[in-house]
Design a protein. Structure first.
Lengths: 114, 114
DNA sequence: TGATTACATAAGCAAATAATTATATACTTA
DNA sequence: TAAGTATATAATTATTTGCTTATGTAATCA
């Protein structure tokens, strides 16, 4: 079996980023749905700047991509990242977080990207 | 395919621990070799208390086990941990660190556990 | 038994992190 | 064009982290 490896230094950086419950949950959420900042604010009950700063860190390492759509900025996992295979093996072992999306829909606070 | 999942909170804790280059390298090293504290001091060129503190954190989450053998304490990945499958998928993607063990052997500072 | 070796733990400190408040910017809509 | 909404960034602060030094303990050895 061919096993791709990731540089130690980079792996530690990525794991440190994922080692925060908010960011880890974000990543699991946006692996299959794009979410905008105000949805995260609703989901995590955190201030908007705090959310933006978490997303900024994920963006700086190239783990997420953003897509502007009218007044919203939608974030999703960048599956074209060279680190996505590594990240995917982690996310695959985490419990599905889709009930958080359903709560937004029941709230009427869900914003559809496209 | 049956996919076991790990609680979000616990996953974040584990990833945070692994998100440190020293601890991550330690884990990769002791997945297949037991190492004692003084070997880590030699490998990482760090103070002994610093090494002990890293190991303590890994121990507190149950990721490593220790085995006392005369004056040395050998640490290795606890493969019976309920979190080992999760950790293994991460370690499997990291580059082999065995050259560090070979350096010890060339140095004459390698200590054999059993 | 006294000295040495291996390790753990405690205390202190500097750097990094994550949150908040305040403010700026860009887009939308009335 | 003015007001409102969504987001980003800067500044500040509290907390956490990782390291160092100092000290304690247990085992080995001369």
């Amino acid at each position: 079996m061919i096993q791709t490896t990731i540089e130690m230094e980079k792996a530690a950086l990525i794991l440190k980023l994922l080692g925060d419950k908010t960011r880890l949950t974000m990543m699991k959420l946006i692996e299959n749905h794009a979410c905008c900042v105000c949805e995260f604010v609703e989901i995590f009950k955190m201030s908007q700047p705090s959310i933006s700063q978490h997303l900024r860190k994920l963006k700086d390492l190239g783990l997420v991509e953003e897509e502007r759509n009218s007044q919203w900025t939608f974030y999703s996992v960048d599956k074209s990242s060279e680190y996505y295979p590594f990240i995917k093996t982690i996310l695959d072992q985490l419990p599905n977080q889709d009930e958080k999306i359903r709560e937004l829909e029941e709230n009427g606070t869900r914003i559809e990207c496209c």
